[in-house]
Design a protein around this ligand. Structure first.
Ligand code: MN
Ligand code: MN
Length: 297
């Protein structure tokens, strides 16, 4: 069970995440440099009193997740694109994870709306005792009602302090699972919908990393690992953040990657190159329902 103080921290992180996402959805426009969007949203998180729980993800069209700007990114928001903004915030390790989709082309409105409805339908079903498989069934059924499929290899996830993916997954498809939500547990629910094949594949570019455990030998590598652990623990980070600590960290990062001291989160693309929409909220499970920590009026 969560203490009142823990609930407060989750709610504070959720409010900051919700506001920062809303801010991003307001300032985004066609032609905007993606790096500017990432940094403005991350700046807003800090301004509001939180810390990013992971680098701001800006995933465009058939890119489903895990794109954040590398340093010197020259990517801009394409004309007529569909953009997912995924924002993570923590306050003292208490995490909120929320995402929304912006469509710059009227044809994409329906996909955007369908994924929003899938999330809403899932949220209304959440309470202690509900099976994780039932949430997947509701999400998939809602998506199919609009003529779309869900991405089956991307899931929602349980959250614990300092741990973004804390074991249990919340499927986006109907699955047989006996695992149930319990009172006081915290989950991110995140349907991904597409007219494509319904699964994502890894690209061979990676901009997001996390500390995987283990020790480095060289002094520079040890120093960077120490900086990573003290700031992020095992939460995801990106090169943009490391070179703000020291420019030479760019090379040291590559050394840590070669020595397999980091987990890698490659950019994920829809297998059939279908456009992907996503909405996400973080909830605290209660006896009668849930508290959506990232909801913003
Ligand atoms: Mn997210
Ligand atoms: Mn998530």
């Amino acid at each position: 069970m969560l203490s009142d103080e823990e609930v407060k921290l989750y709610l504070r992180a959720g409010r900051i995440a919700g506001k920062s996402l809303l801010y991003g959805m307001e300032i985004i426009h066609e032609g905007m440099p993606v790096i500017e969007l990432c940094e403005k949203i991350e700046g807003m998180i800090v301004k509001l009193g939180g810390q990013p729980a992971f680098p701001c993800n800006i995933s465009i069209n058939d890119v489903a997740a895990h794109y954040t700007s590398p340093p010197d990114d020259d990517l801009t928001v394409p004309k007529g694109s569909l953009v997912k903004i995924d924002v993570g915030v923590h306050v003292n390790g208490y995490i909120a994870d929320t995402a929304g989709t912006v469509a710059f082309r009227p044809e994409h409105e329906r996909l955007m709306l369908a994924s929003k409805k899938a999330l809403e339908a899932a949220l209304t079903a959440i309470k202690s005792g509900v099976s994780l498989g039932m949430i997947g069934t509701i999400i998939e059924r809602t998506a199919r009602g609009y003529g779309f499929t869900t991405i089956r290899n991307l899931t929602g996830h349980k959250i614990k302090p300092w741990i973004l993916h804390a074991g249990k997954s919340v499927p986006n498809v109907s699955t047989m699972t006996l695992e149930r939500m319990k009172e006081g547990e915290v989950y991110a629910i995140e349907p991904f919908l597409t007219p494509g094949k319904g699964f994502v594949v890894e690209e061979d570019r990676t901009y997001i990393f996390s500390y995987a455990g283990g020790k480095a030998k060289g002094s520079k590598e040890r120093a960077l690992l120490h900086a990573i652990w003290s700031r992020f623990r095992s939460l995801p980070f990106c090169e943009r953040w490391l070179i703000k600590i020291a420019p030479e960290n760019s090379d040291v990062l590559q050394a840590l990657r070669r020595k397999r001291l980091l987990y890698e989160y490659p950019v994920l693309r829809e297998a059939g190159r279908g456009i992907v929409a996503q909405w996400e909220h973080t909830v605290i499970v209660t006896k009668k329902g849930s508290i959506v920590t990232t909801a913003i009026e």
